[in-house]
Design a protein around this ligand. Structure first.
Ligand code: UD1
Length: 368
């Protein structure tokens, strides 16, 4: 039997924990042969290597080393440099995850060569086209053959865009596969003592979206209210490279009076999230992770492409509105924590479901 060749693409920090369970599920089946391509969109040890280590992922088979750049330059560099890999290895399917520039670029390169694409985490929409990720999501979904969705809104959005039902597969959330596989170890190894923190006695903050960090006045207003929160409960803030650059270059290096750290590895961050009293974030994935953990989350954005985290989970949108942020923190600090209500199919088996669909459909196509 000729094995089905699956080329998986990872580029940036939020991709690695989504690709890890997919590779594991496929490598366990004789049907698949896999190749892992790292685009190099994220390249700092703390943004990339640390994740491979924590997740027990194999080294990438190919690293394209594209690095940073404008959206056009970064996307173009992935497009240009992945094409020879596709021509050389001739995959039967390219698997892309999430919504980063590497996701879109790998998709375009593949479909132009006639290689079908499977998009994991399809159909999410913020309906905000000023977000680079929204453009990446729309374009990737438009040309992918398999659309694997993580929550019901994904399929609803795709149907509204006229996508054929046969392309849509509700499989659950691969990032939660990884969370469930690692959370016990992450709790056991959480560096609370080292950071001088108590379980349930601190807030955890992440901030890196261009809409929050690129304008120094906006960022300063956010830091002002977050410093207020820090007076009430310590705010631990692992600083993303984009945000660090904004502080250094646009704010005269005035460092916010919060508990700052370098970007953290997967396990450390997960452990800190699991024991946090609350999380403040503008990330997409963290909205889902806090919902799975039952930790209250205030999202510093006006919209979310992950509505189930608000409808069923622990998430609340507060944007950049100072009074909403204050009220959200007040409420969380005053309330008893409710037991988590975990969304449907966020059960640790999403990657297996994806492997099932691909095995069934690829074998039918090729008569394997
Ligand atoms: C990217 C994704 C975003 C995701 C985020 C997670 C896109 C459009 N955006 O944003 O969806 O939430 O990753 O981090 O793909 N830098 C370093 N070292 C690195 C990587 C980046 O110093 O290893 C710095 C560079 O100055 C770079 C800047 O961070 O210019 C931004 O990196 P980039 O990959 O363009 O986007 P992110 O903001 O990380």
């Amino acid at each position: 039997m000729k094995r089905a060749r699956v080329l998986a693409v990872a580029g940036a920090r939020p991709n690695f924990m989504k690709v890890a369970p997919l590779l594991r599920a496929m490598r366990a089946r004789p049907f698949f042969e896999t190749l892992l391509v790292h685009t190099g969109q994220h390249y700092d040890a703390a943004m990339s290597e640390a994740f491979f280590r924590d997740l027990g992922m194999p080294e990438p088979d190919v690293n394209l080393g594209v690095g940073s750049g404008s959206h056009a330059a970064q996307t173009a560099e992935v497009l240009r440099s992945i094409e020879p890999v596709l021509l050389d290895w001739r995959p039967d399917v390219v698997v892309v995850v999430g919504d980063v520039n590497s996701t879109l670029a790998a998709t375009i390169a593949a479909v132009k060569l006639g290689v079908p694409v499977a998009h994991v985490e399809a159909g999410l929409r913020s309906f905000d086209r000023s977000m680079p990720e929204e453009i990446n999501r729309l374009l990737t979904d438009a040309v992918s053959s398999w659309l694997f969705t993580s929550e019901p809104a994904g399929a609803a959005n795709l149907r509204r865009e006229g996508v054929d039902e046969a392309r849509i597969h509700f499989v659950g959330n691969v990032m939660i596969d990884t969370l469930l596989a690692h959370v016990d170890r992450a709790r056991a190894e959480a560096p609370l003592d080292r950071l001088g923190l108590e379980a349930n006695g601190y807030a955890l903050l992440t901030l890196h979206r261009p809409s929050n960090v690129d304008d120094p006045e906006r960022l300063q207003r956010l830091f002002d209210v977050l410093e207020e929160v820090h007076q009430r409960i310590p705010v631990v803030f692992p600083v993303h490279p984009r945000t660090r650059a904004a502080i250094e270059n646009k704010m005269g290096g005035r460092v916010p009076k919060l508990h700052l750290t370098e970007p953290l590895g997967y396990l450390t961050f997960l452990g800190l999230m699991a024991y946090a009293r609350l999380v403040l974030t503008d990330s997409g994935g963290i909205q889902e992770e806090t919902t799975a953990l039952g930790v209250p989350c205030l999202t510093l954005r006006e919209n979310t492409e992950r509505p189930i985290t608000v409808e069923q989970g622990t998430n609340r949108l507060v944007g950049r509105d100072v009074s909403l942020i204050r009220a959200g923190v007040d409420e969380i600090l005053a309330a008893e924590r409710r037991p988590p209500r975990v969304p449907d199919l966020w059960d640790g088996r999403a990657a297996e479901r994806i492997a099932d669909v691909l095995e069934r459909e690829l074998s039918a196509r090729a008569g394997r």
